[in-house]
Design a protein around this ligand. Structure first.
Ligand SMILES: [Zn+2]
Length: 347
């Protein structure tokens, strides 16, 4: 036993809201005592610590100091942290609220853990669909209010992303390999085609330079053609691999989750379609992205590809020859062929 006096408990501490993150709760506590979060932590014996660092996982001493001041149990404090997120995925935790639940929006001081994770599409407290400024476009992807099939796929993809982030996923190809595959450019960058709706933010509308700007064409657009049809042009260029998740809009991340679920169901068929829709330059990148996939699965991909290429004149052009132009038609054909994957009413 040390001779130090016992730590004095503060008279009042608000109860954490369901799913609330530690930085939110500390900010509310600080506001109650008319100080800043860093001032509060200083008074708590945690000088120099940042709330956003503490919430990634409390050390025992930090937890005990906070528990002694606030009267919460260490377990209740731990529940507000992102301790379940593995170190390799912590860069995906946003310090701000990424996407909004309309009901949570009524109490903006309370920020929940869900809203910080890029694979969250529903509020786990209220079950509302999370929103972003692009919600009108998400409605375009999900017309009629019955997006059951796409939602089911997105929930499965989201669960897989969450499991990977918590180091509970050992399926192959791994989540990073799948995201790497989905974010490669399978075709050269090109300006929008005439039948491509140039969905632009208001600030860019009427700007011809923006409309003619070459856009990245990624494998994601082949695996989720529904997204290709409605995604804003400025949303299509993407960062490579997992960085994309951290930066993506809710619409992009929703499409990525759908793609991950589709790839889990039939990876060989989807990968073969991406290769078939590639141009020569992009095809080399696709082959490279497939290298980490299990060899048996890669063999299935190439078997599917042979069937696809045998199925049409475009595909029989042979490896290594230029298929530009005609592969646009193929891409269209493939999208049409995928229409059985769409939910009723989704167009
Ligand atoms: Zn909510």
């Amino acid at each position: 036993m040390s001779g130090r006096p016992p730590i004095k408990r503060w008279p009042v501490a608000p109860r954490p809201a369901p799913g609330e993150r530690l930085s939110s709760w500390l900010a509310r506590l600080a506001s109650l005592y008319e100080t800043t979060t860093s001032g509060l932590l200083d008074h708590c014996g945690l000088a120099g610590k940042r709330a956003t660092t503490l919430e990634r996982g409390l050390q025992d001493t930090e937890s005990l100091l906070l528990a002694a001041r606030t009267g919460l149990t260490p377990a209740a404090l731990d529940a507000m942290t992102f301790r379940e997120i593995a170190p390799y995925a912590q860069f995906l935790i946003s310090t701000k609220t990424r996407f909004l639940c309309p009901e949570c929006g009524a109490s903006p001081a309370i920020r929940r853990k869900d809203a910080a994770l890029p694979w969250s599409f529903w509020c786990s407290t209220h079950e509302n669909r999370l929103r972003s400024p692009a919600r009108r476009i998400l409605r375009a992807l999900l017309p009629g209010g019955t997006p059951d099939l796409l939602d089911r796929l997105a929930r499965r993809g989201s669960a897989r992303l969450g499991a990977w982030a918590e180091d509970r996923d050992d399926s192959l190809p791994s989540v990073p390999d799948l995201v790497q595959f989905l974010t490669i450019r399978h075709r050269r960058m090109a300006p929008p085609s005439l039948d491509e709706p140039p969905v632009l933010p208001q600030s860019a509308q009427g700007d011809n330079q923006v409309i003619q700007r070459p856009v990245a064409r990624q494998a994601l657009l082949v695996v989720v053609p529904e997204y290709d049809r409605v995604a804003p042009l400025l949303d299509k260029p993407a960062s490579p691999a997992l960085t994309e998740l951290a930066r993506g809009s809710i619409l992009r991340n929703y499409a990525l989750a759908i793609a991950i679920a589709r790839l889990a169901d039939d990876p060989a068929a989807h990968a073969a379609r991406v290769i078939a829709a590639s141009d020569a330059e992009g095809e080399a990148r696709v082959h490279e992205a497939l290298r980490p996939w299990p060899s048996a699965l890669r063999r299935q991909v190439y078997t599917h590809l042979q069937r696809l290429r045998a199925a049409g004149p475009v595909l029989s052009a042979g490896a290594g020859t230029s298929r530009r132009g005609s592969s646009e038609a193929l891409s269209y054909k493939l999208r049409s062929a995928q229409s059985h994957n769409r939910a009723p009413g989704v167009s």
